[in-house]
Write a protein that binds this ligand. Structure first.
Ligand code: 13P
Length: 252
């Protein structure tokens, strides 16, 4: 079912104690004033997941990893498998973030393996796509994003595609303070939904949650979320302050 989702991506921020404090603060605010129809997710560093799962009310807040290994298990020093993530109580995994594509060389091929393992292990992938500034300036963002999807999650069966969440994150808006305008967000979200419809049919397209990410804040969330094809947000910087995060959750 198409859900309203606000997911925090803490990236490489907070030590364990700070992360637990943040999770506690979010948990309290969500319990007291969080809109009931919004699914709330915390994407924490791997080291924090188990503690955060213990700290929050998991009937109300889901926990996400920010990555998982492209292999199921074995001699891959430093990797954390989808099965390991699932065994912590996490329910989601953020995959294909532009920072991982750019700084860690993640390709469509690697991402296909990660998505498959996430799904096999019952995790919900929050699959990111989005273009760089040069592409936006050239006006070819739709083609670029379509190619990212064609090479990866559009290869899934319809049954598997139904289990994923899409996050559109224009790279030029990430951590820059520049947000896509409400019109720009709606336009490309509608395009993504139409591409899903073309590939998997209208019913699946209507049921897919498509989140916006990139300098989303309490002050702009309302306008972004008011668009009919924007089903929530993937939040970086503003997810590190419980008050800002709840402001975004209540932006619907
Ligand atoms: P900011 O909200 O800090 O721009 O980050 C967005 C993001 O990359 C979430 O995954």
């Amino acid at each position: 079912m198409r859900q309203k989702i606000v997911a925090g991506n803490w990236k490489c921020n907070t030590n364990l104690q700070e992360g637990v404090e943040l999770a506690k603060a979010v948990d309290t605010l969500v319990a007291n004033e969080g809109a009931d129809d919004v699914v709330v997710v915390l994407g924490t560093p791997f080291t924090h997941i188990t503690k955060v799962v213990e700290t929050v009310n998991t009937d109300r807040i889901g926990v996400a990893a920010q990555n998982c290994a492209a292999e199921a298990k074995g001699a891959y020093t430093g990797e954390v498998s989808a099965e390991m993530v699932k065994s912590t109580g996490a329910e989601y995994v953020i995959l294909g973030h532009s920072e991982r594509r750019e700084y860690y060389g993640e390709t469509s091929e690697t991402l296909n393996k990660k998505v498959a393992l996430a799904l096999e292990n019952g995790l919900t992938p929050i699959y990111c796509c989005g273009e760089a500034l040069e592409i936006r300036e050239a006006g070819t963002q739709n083609e670029f994003v379509k190619k990212q999807l064609d090479e990866t999650v559009f290869q899934l069966s319809a049954n598997d595609f139904k289990k994923i969440v899409i996050a559109y994150e224009p790279i030029w808006a990430i951590g820059t303070g520049v947000t896509a305008s409400s019109e720009q967000a709606q336009e490309i979200h509608a395009f993504i939904r139409s591409a899903i419809a073309e590939k998997f049919g209208n019913e699946i397209a209507e049921e897919t949650s498509i989140l916006y990410g990139g300098s989303c804040k309490p002050t702009n969330a309302k306008e972004l979320f008011a668009n009919k094809d924007v089903d929530g947000g993937l939040i970086g910087g503003a997810a590190l302050k419980a008050e800002d995060f709840i402001g975004i959750i209540n932006g619907f």
